[in-house]
Design a protein around this ligand. Sequence first.
Ligand SMILES: CC[C@H](C(=O)O)C(=O)SCCNC(=O)CCNC(=O)[C@H](O)C(C)(C)COP(=O)(O)OP(=O)(O)OC[C@H]1O[C@@H](n2cnc3c(N)ncnc32)[C@H](O)[C@@H]1OP(=O)(O)O
Length: 358
Amino acid sequence: MDRGGGMLMYYRRRGKQQTLKVWRSICTACLLLRDMLWCGTVTQQTAHKNTMVICVLGRYLLKSSLCSRSWCRKSSLYSAGHGFQPEEIREKLRAFPGGAVDLLTQGETGLAVLTVNNPSRMNAFSGAMMVELEERVSQLESWTQGKGLIVRGAAGTFCSGSDLNAVRAISNPQDGMKMCMFMQDALTRLQRLPLVSVALVEGRALGGGSELSTACDFRLMTPDSVIQFVHKHMGLVPGWGGAARLVRLVGDRHALRLLGGALKVDPELGLRIGLADGVLEEGAPQDGDEGAALRQAEEWLSRYTKGPAEVIRAAKRVVSSGRELPLTEALRAEKEVFGTVWGGEANLRALAGKTKHK
Ligand SMILES: CC[C@H](C(=O)O)C(=O)SCCNC(=O)CCNC(=O)[C@H](O)C(C)(C)COP(=O)(O)OP(=O)(O)OC[C@H]1O[C@@H](n2cnc3c(N)ncnc32)[C@H](O)[C@@H]1OP(=O)(O)O
């Protein structure tokens, strides 16, 4: 990667402040050297040699800072330059109360269940629930023993998008953009969690609810469920990152059909286009047992999260970087993650035993 490319990548990922700090110290050192040359305290040759040292040192500082931090650390998509003031947006959203986003973490299994809980509104997201969603994502970012996450809706239905009462109140462009950036940021951080995530889609996943489902690694659907990007009927397009993720999930043509046609995706269509990864057995939930579908989802997810947390989390990290980064950067991110498990407890334990992969 050339110096310019390295700097650009560094700037993009690590934020203006840090980049400027490193550049400032490099410039200060060069100016100091220039003054020493002018007043004759150093020879031209020494000054030239030291300038090279400063540049090499500065490049090393940038590179080592870049390589020593995980690329997907909780960096926001947006900054103040984009008009993204998180605290101001949270205050505005909290003005629209109702419902909750509940989180249950199970220490012994390493699985967590996040429930969109606003059943009287078909689990529509009130403003306050958007803030709670971000808070739950922050909690999950700090849950170092986590391996898997199930995202579901209460009362047998997934989520019907934004609460239309709130949407009507923030329908001006400025507030709409702020809600858009807030939810894009929260759902991108959810997708990047080092947890294997599943959206358990029961009932309806509409609008923002369909977008929420795309922020999970997998989608399991109950037999009668529907995922529908209804945005066209609202005179909209996705705004929570759902379009960008949908193209990566099903390809541009299927994505265009789902958005342009506001098609109802049932489990059969979902499996066919790759939006759904599994259909729960007929009869879930049995006898009104709301937990049946959740138990099936937990059983399904446990197949992919059995094993040491550090290894499962590393697997999600290398897939995330492969999914999002250009090849060279993905390989470098993979190297970073590989370094965290190579010679680790699980690796050494496996080497000590006679592991046979029958
Ligand atoms: C970027 C995302 C985008 C945005 O933010 O702009 C959006 O997500 S916009 C919202 C997109 N979602 C919708 O348009 C869904 C609207 N709701 C429905 O289509 C239906 O309610 C349905 C199909 C989900 C369920 O229909 P059903 O007949 O089974 O039930 P009801 O319609 O009687 O609903 C029960 C109760 O829930 C209220 N409800 C449902 N969805 C919402 C919502 N999104 N916001 C607010 N309230 C909602 C509905 O009004 C009923 O309440 P009630 O007081 O009994 O009228």
